[in-house]
Design a binder for this molecule. Structure first.
Ligand SMILES: N=c1c2ncn([C@@H]3O[C@H](COP(=O)(O)OP(=O)(O)OP(=O)(O)O)[C@@H](O)[C@H]3O)c2ncn1[C@@H]1O[C@H](COP(=O)(O)O)[C@@H](O)[C@H]1O
Length: 107
């Protein structure tokens, strides 16, 4: 993490972690700070392909961790995957609420 302002998005309520993370991602998208990995995904020369490739890599790492029954790694790589998925949502103009709505509609 490179960020004082990201910390200001963090809420103590664990149910809002995804909202806080998404708010930070949107902030990076708007402000494009030079030292931010997130901002670099929005300005990458490969365009959205960079985050799409990352999602593919992280999905593979999730699968490998599961096959190895390495639960710590499964947790870690899953978080990497979800983070990159939320960056993709921001790129496409979707919101974390769209993901929540889709999941809720399946109850
Ligand atoms: N949640 C994340 C997050 N998850 C993963 N990553 C980055 O995603 C990249 C993943 O690429 P790799 O898999 O190649 O990473 P790696 O660590 O080299 O390789 P592995 O160990 O995963 O195999 C790494 O650079 C991670 O740092 C993240 N970068 C940022 N965030 C969040 O985004 C916020 C803003 O951060 P900045 O990007 O620094 O502005 C942070 O406060 C965090 O909340």
């Amino acid at each position: 993490m490179s960020d004082d302002d990201a910390e200001s998005n963090i809420d103590d309520d664990p149910e809002t972690v995804l909202d806080s993370l998404f708010a930070t991602i949107k902030q990076r998208q708007e402000e494009l700070p030079e030292d931010s990995y997130t901002a670099s995904l929005f300005t990458h020369e490969k365009g959205e392909n960079e985050v799409l490739e990352k999602l593919g890599e992280e999905a593979t790492e999730v699968i490998l961790a599961a096959k190895d029954d390495d639960l710590n790694d499964l947790q870690y790589e899953s978080a990497d995957f979800v983070y990159h998925l939320l960056v993709l949502f921001a790129m496409k103009g979707l919101d974390v609420d769209d993901l929540r709505d889709e999941l809720e509609s399946r109850f």
